[in-house]
Design a protein around this ligand. Structure first.
Ligand SMILES: [Zn+2]
Length: 422
């Protein structure tokens, strides 16, 4: 590592990121060296495999073969102290990694950032989002972790699903928000997503007892077992409420017609809010519920017609937070944050980081590759938001930094460069 830090010339982005991770998180000693795998006499150190996969994600190479193509890069000898092993070895060893140690590594990064006061809440509230995601689909191959469905064509499709938890943080003026993917749980064959989510939540509440106060989720999670698990741990839920047949929805809807709304705003939208607390009509829920409705109006001017037209949308949310704990306006702002997991969490991982790629189709490998993607994502986002100087962030987008990191992995030692034809 010292050799890498002391390498001559301008420090590249990848080296700066690694230098930052070593300085702030002691990446080598506190994370990498604690990961083990199931080999009895490992010839290749486990830490080298973890490093290779982190670099694979940071540079968004997209496949183990693309990683293998960078074997000649001088970067590898500097970081690993030996050359990069084959694509097959990386896949095989990741499939035997100890997932618990990877989760502990992710927790260590969280704990350091928390101690450094880098994880800001929203007006004193810690907020997280929970959501289920499909990661990979295939018609040809399946593994012990595959779920399957029959399409209308009669064809059987195999896929993997995970429930994921993303910690959201507020952004102070002048710097981006830090977002941390804390954990995931694979959905098992034959079980409902709710069962997977409760298993994930039980583990996260034990491991991260003070990470969040309010958990955001979609309408699927407006059910007693989910709400009760959170309430039993002193946490709150804020979920979309869609089902118009359900008790609290009907109770609140009866009052919308007679209660005067509060007037407010969200971003550029004019809002009318109805806030109905003290609802007790949800069977099986061990607490008082509250329904908040936000009618939001704004004007759009399509480029083509240039004619301003007004748009209206209605949102209804169910929460266990009391009005004394969280005001109406804050409920609306927090509820809209749910889209963060769509835009910045899992979608960014899938579209930008190739996290849904099947690097090796084996259930343990799928889980470990995703946990490594979470670790890479968290380290990169902390580096981008907290370490990179504002002027560098302004001029260089995340995509540009990624290209610089990929370029570094493709940089070959001097002697192996082709000489230009005369
Ligand atoms: Zn599978």
């Amino acid at each position: 590592m010292e050799a890498l830090a002391a390498a001559k010339g301008v420090k590249t982005v990848l080296r700066r990121l690694i230098g930052y991770a070593e300085k702030v998180f002691q990446l080598s000693t506190r994370v990498l060296q604690r990961v083990t795998d199931n080999r009895s006499l490992p010839r290749i150190p486990t830490a080298s495999i973890v490093k290779a996969v982190l670099a694979l994600y940071w540079s968004r190479l997209g496949s183990l073969n693309a990683l293998e193509m960078t074997q000649a890069a001088k970067f590898w000898n500097l970081w690993l102290d030996h050359s990069l092993c084959s694509a097959d070895s990386v896949g095989r060893i990741v499939a035997g990694l100890e997932a618990t140690a990877l989760r502990q590594g992710i927790h260590h990064v969280y704990e350091r950032l928390k101690r450094n006061k880098a994880l800001l809440g929203f007006q004193g509230l810690g907020v997280a989002v929970l959501d289920g995601h499909e990661t990979s689909a295939s018609y040809r191959r399946c593994c012990s972790g595959c779920l399957q469905r029959t399409l209308s064509s009669g064809q059987i499709q195999f896929y993997h699903r995970n429930v994921t938890l993303l910690l959201l943080c507020a952004a102070p003026a002048g710097r981006p928000a830090v977002r941390l993917l804390l954990d995931l749980e694979p959905q098992r064959a034959g079980e409902a997503e709710l069962t997977t989510a409760l298993r994930l939540l039980t583990r996260v509440l034990a491991t991260y007892p003070r990470a969040f106060d309010v958990l955001l989720a979609d309408a699927y999670y407006g059910v007693a077992p989910f709400l009760n698990l959170l309430l039993s741990q002193g946490k709150h839920a804020l979920v979309v409420l869609k089902d118009e047949r359900r008790g609290p929805y009907q109770d609140a809807a009866g009052l919308w017609t007679v209660l005067p709304p509060q007037l407010g705003s969200y971003k550029q939208r004019h809002c009318r809010w109805w806030d109905v607390p003290d609802l007790r009509s949800w069977p099986g829920v061990h607490g008082v519920l509250r329904v908040v409705r936000s009618e939001e109006c704004w004007t759009v001017k399509p480029q083509l017609t240039k004619q301003a037209t007004s748009q209206t949308t209605n949102w209804v949310w169910l929460t266990t937070c009391s009005p004394a704990q969280v005001r109406t306006e804050q409920i609306v702002r927090l509820a809209h944050l749910r889209w963060d997991i769509e835009n910045h969490g899992f979608n960014e991982l899938v579209n930008g980081w190739h996290a849904d790629h099947l690097y090796r189709h084996q259930s343990q490998a799928v889980e470990c590759f995703l946990l490594l993607a979470f670790l890479a994502y968290n380290l990169f986002h902390a580096f981008f938001a907290l370490n990179l100087k504002p002027e560098l962030r302004r001029d260089r987008t995340m995509a540009f930094l990624t290209e610089l990191m990929a370029a570094e992995l493709h940089a070959l030692p001097r002697f192996s460069r082709f000489t230009a034809p005369p």
